[in-house]
Design a protein around this ligand. Sequence first.
Ligand SMILES: C[S@@+](CC[C@H](N)C(=O)[O-])C[C@H]1O[C@@H](n2cnc3c(N)ncnc32)[C@H](O)[C@@H]1O
Length: 449
Amino acid sequence: MVEGGVLVGKAGRMGSASCPIPPASTSGRRTRWRLPCPCVPIGRTRAHSNANQESGGELALARIPYHDYRPERYDEIFRDKVREIEESFGSMLSGVEVTAQASAPTHFRLRCRFAVSASVDRDTGETRLVHTLFDRGADRVEVSSFPIASRQINDLMPRLMRHLEGLEGEAAAQVRDGLDAVHYLGTMRGRDVVVTLIYGRPIQGEGWKREVTKLAEELGVSVVGRSKGVKLVAGRDYVVERMAVGGRDVTWKQVEGSFSNPNGGICKDTMDHICELCEQISSREGREGDLLDLYCGNGNYTVPLSRLFGRVLSVEINDRLVEAARENMEQNGVDNVTLVRSDCLKFSAGLRARAGPEHKCASRFDFSTILVDPPRAGLDPNTLEVASRFRNVLYISCNADTLRTCLRALLRTHDLRSFRVFDHFPYTKYSECVVHLERKEAGGRANRV
Ligand SMILES: C[S@@+](CC[C@H](N)C(=O)[O-])C[C@H]1O[C@@H](n2cnc3c(N)ncnc32)[C@H](O)[C@@H]1O
């Protein structure tokens, strides 16, 4: 996957005992480079020297995500992934056709993280800044291009490094020195990008901002600087995504440093699919029930779904995401959503016990459907019990293992209606599964929570 990936040595700090390259002057133009540095110069890589043991580069690539990047075999890799998922769910899927949504095989990621390393060219002696990937304690692998990332990010990567290399004096001291890592957050359309520079030393407000503003203007991006306990912003600390979902335009803000879906195209496909399921639910039931929306993040699903339900109660724990969700509702003219900042574990415990402020809040709704999009750990027992009372359960899962456990529990009260696999994370073992379950005695029991 790491096209032209070159092993550049163990992650180390310049001047540290583990690093043989001193923080030396490289030329009159560039003075000191105070960066985490590679121990093995480009061109003399450990991968090459180990070539007789392992095929070049694979030793290190195996430890980083997406090591299985083979776009020419994408269809086959995805088919295998879907087959494995189907097999692992076994009889739970009986009577239901599993459908699958493939990703674009390249340029699908809208957020990426890299370490930054200094690398000395063996031939010219020039010090270059490079993006690297590594797992804790493992060798760093130089990334010369990153074809799983969007074209926009690929275009920015070398421009950012060349800009940083060219800094001198105060600008170099403020912006380049002590830079450990760089994160990119982009969008499907437009050129909205936030670049986050992560430092291993304190950054100072005015000086850093002055120098970084020039960089931001030249590259046409926003820049966030982070060091321990400090966050500085030149421009904006969010991007605005725009998409047509379920035939309507929606826009939403995705904040730097908080969760957003990495694969924009597949995120849109997932949204379209969930809107379709909800349209089927409301046309079948002939009424607009309410929606309980747990783990709502920045409200990217909430916005398009809000028009398909009478009212929506959405819960999210992260302050910044709740704030972004609030703005996203406003921006899209949504006025039937109640947003609650709360821990879903606590919220569900209150609903299960039918007591406390959570129960009081929820009892004002007439729910037909619950949508859950939890982290990899899946649903806790309280949420599972609460979900079992709903006529319709829509479960978005990024971990087939925890989904399997939860599905086993839910199938006691519900029938599986649909199961669709979305390849949010091509070339990894992970994918997103969207499952629709309907209560066995549908229409019989009210969904009072
Ligand atoms: C897989 S993300 C889904 C977010 C959103 N649906 C989206 O697609 O962007 C899971 C979300 O759950 C939130 N979260 C994690 N643990 C939580 C908890 N205990 N209570 C409430 N929200 C939680 C995270 O902040 C994150 O926004």
